[in-house]
Design a protein around this ligand. Structure first.
Ligand code: AMP
Length: 194
């Protein structure tokens, strides 16, 4: 078992309307950093992406950013990352992000976040990896998506077992330990949690 866990976080390159989204991104970064964990993410400095990265660094964690060069050229790269990998294509980026982590977590976000979340879920159902996949349902942001997904089971396009491959929770303090433990780690509790 490795010394510490590495969590891949997908989230909005925008902050969203409610301040609670920024708050939860900060909480996720703090949770990772306070346990000496590593964040793997898309390497941007905008929106929730920038917030989770900064919070991880501020709390003592390490941050691996993986960004395609086209986005660097638009000056969206976060040069404060512990490691910033500039890759040629989106496909390379997603492959490297998936390789470097022990578990995946999606926070609220837009189509980029959805695409990344669905990709690692699909890869999991096909057996390309066996890493836990989580969805943080802050403020009920994903309620509509979850009810649509349940309807796809009723309509016969998806099995319950596929739904069971993802963990969905509204609470950071439940979801993150569950993901990290499912990946084979027991993160050190913070002193104030002992
Ligand atoms: P979105 O949810 O549409 O805001 O897209 C965010 C997700 O897509 C992130 O998890 C990133 O991996 C990727 N992404 C989209 N826009 C950017 C950006 N400006 N800089 C870095 N990554 C981005």
């Amino acid at each position: 078992m490795e010394a510490s866990f590495s969590l891949c976080v997908y989230c909005g390159s925008r902050a969203g309307v409610s301040p609670e989204f920024t708050e939860v991104a900060r909480t996720v970064g703090q949770w990772i950093g306070q346990r000496g964990g590593q964040l793997v993410y898309g390497g941007g400095r905008n929106g929730l992406m920038g917030t989770v990265a900064q919070a991880t660094l501020d709390a003592g964690g390490t941050v691996v950013g993986v960004i395609p060069k086209a986005l660097v050229e638009k000056e969206w790269a976060n040069h404060g990352c512990t490691e910033l990998h500039v890759v040629d294509t989106m496909h390379e980026r997603k492959r490297l992000m998936a390789e470097r982590c022990d578990a995946f977590l999606a926070l609220p976000g837009g189509i980029g976040t959805f695409e990344e979340f669905f990709e690692v879920w699909t890869w999991r159902q096909l057996g390309y990896h066996d890493k836990p996949v989580g969805l943080l349902n802050t403020n009920g942001y994903y309620d509509g998506l979850m009810s649509f997904l349940r309807s796809t089971v009723e309509q016969g396009f998806m099995g319950e077992w596929q739904m069971d491959l993802i963990r969905v929770d509204s609470e950071v303090k439940r979801l993150l330990p569950a993901l990290v433990q499912a990946a084979g780690f027991s993160p050190e509790p913070r002193l104030d949690e002992i």
